[in-house]
Each structure stands twice: as structure tokens, then as C-alpha cells.
Design a protein around this ligand. Structure first.
Ligand code: CMP
Length: 226
């Protein structure tokens, strides 16, 4: 893996000079995880910060009755593991690899040093945390809706924003997450997700091709579901 090329594509490091990227890449160690492997366990003490080089992860917690609740999905260029390094508490959630994933890790001391040395990284990190809080606020709003079709629609809007590509007003999501994972984001069952996707397809709002999903007239879809 070309660590330097990857670090240039990571949004929170975008303002660093070439020299600073090289310095930082020297401190980072790469690690690989297989699909389904647990990367971080909720409540464990945090010693490491992670940047996703390839693949994707889900951030989860278990509800009291043992159901998995998905708080977010993160992909290439995203970071995780910052919260427990910042507040000294245990890990706030589990992190599980959704695919074969490769990450770059930084020790707690190096992470904290970098935030002090490069205030622009600290500001980018805060920007991303503000965005994540907005998404969590939307998820709380969505989960409080009683209409399950609406909850699934909002989840598809979120996945479009995180994973989709827009072209001619339509959004394509390649490799849509598994229906069970969509259900765990929307607080419903896999069967309901399957039924609702068929319903949305019958209405001509979406089309499935294998694991890809196309949403037609994305602005109208957003107006209907957000
Ligand atoms: P940490 O608490 O160290 O370990 C679990 C990580 O999951 C956490 O840091 C964040 O990086 C990430 N995380 C927790 N909650 C969310 C969320 N709502 N959205 C995105 N990432 C999250």
C-alpha cells in the first residue's frame, strides 16, 4: 500500500504539506482485517486511531435485547477510534469489518501530538465530528418515526450520501449493504426491508440490479423521505 498517496486522499489530512504527510506516514502502521472481523470492542480501553485505507466498517452497539444497532458505516478515507483517545473513556461502540479491510493506525500519543502540531487537522476532525452528530440527529429523528417505509427511505438517503454516486439526477449505490444491515440501521427486520424495497421498486422509485441500487430522481426521493 502506498501510505503517502493514501494519506493525501484522507479529508482530515488534506491541508498537510508533502513533507508533513511523509512524517506522519512514518508513524502509521498498516493492519488487515477479514470480513466480519471485530476491530474494536465496545468499552475496551482505546490506544489506537484508525484510518481506512480500503474496505469498509460498521459501527455498532447492542440493544438491551441483544439486537445489533448500526450507528454508521464508514469507508475508504474515513477515520475511527478518535473518541476514546480524546476523552479517555472506553470505546463508545464496536467496529466490525464489512469487507476485507486494510487500515492505517496511529498510537494514542502520536495522534494527540499531531492534533497539537497541526491545528488544521484538529479543525478538520471537528468538522467531521459535527457532520457525524448531524447524521446521528437525523437517525434519532428517523428512528422515532412510526412509519417503517419512511425509516427505510431515510436510511437509503443516508446510504446514498455516504456511498452513492449521482449522475443525471439519479443515484447509484454499488454494493448496497446487506438487507440485515439496512434493517439494523433503520430499526426494523430484514423481511420488512426486503418487502419495502420491492414496494419502492413497484412504485418506480428505485431499481435493484444484483447488489447495486439505483434511486431515480434523487431530489424527489429526498423530499419524500427526509
Ligand atoms: P471510539 O469510541 O474510540 O471507538 C469506537 C468508534 O466508533 C468511535 O471512537 C468513533 O470513531 C466511531 N463512532 C462512534 N459513534 C459513531 C457515530 N455515531 N458515527 C460515526 N462513527 C462513530
Amino acid at each position: 500500500m502506498d501510505k503517502i498517496a493514501l494519506l493525501h486522499t484522507v479529508p482530515i489530512f488534506r491541508d498537510l504539506s508533502e513533507k508533513d504527510v511523509v512524517t506522519m506516514s512514518d508513524k502509521m502502521v498498516s493492519r488487515s482485517f477479514t470480513q466480519g472481523q471485530m476491530i474494536l470492542l465496545e468499552e475496551a480501553m482505546g490506544e489506537t486511531f484508525f484510518v481506512i485505507a480500503s474496505g469498509s466498517v460498521k459501527i455498532t452497539r447492542l440493544s438491551d435485547d441483544g439486537r445489533e444497532v448500526i450507528l454508521a458505516m464508514l469507508g475508504e478515507g474515513d477515520f475511527f477510534g478518535e473518541m476514546s483517545l480524546l476523552d479517555g473513556e472506553g470505546r463508545s461502540a464496536n467496529v466490525v469489518a464489512l469487507d476485507e479491510s486494510e487500515v492505517l493506525t496511529l498510537s494514542r500519543n502520536d495522534f494527540l501530538d499531531i492534533l497539537q502540531t497541526f491545528p488544521q487537522i484538529a479543525i478538520s476532525l471537528l468538522e467531521e465530528l459535527a457532520l457525524r452528530l448531524r447524521k446521528s440527529d437525523q437517525q434519532i429523528e428517523s428512528l422515532s418515526l412510526s412509519d417503517v417505509e419512511h425509516r427505510i427511505g431515510m436510511t437509503l438517503v443516508r446510504l446514498s450520501e455516504e456511498l452513492g454516486k449521482i449522475k443525471n439526477g439519479n443515484v447509484s449505490i454499488n454494493n448496497l449493504p446487506y438487507q440485515q444491515d439496512i434493517a439494523n440501521m433503520a430499526g426494523t427486520s430484514r423481511e420488512t426491508v426486503s418487502r419495502t424495497l420491492s414496494l419502492l421498486e413497484e412504485k418506480g422509485l428505485v431499481k435493484r440490479e444484483g447488489r447495486d441500487l439505483k434511486i431515480f430522481d434523487y431530489s424527489a426521493f429526498c423530499r419524500a423521505f427526509s
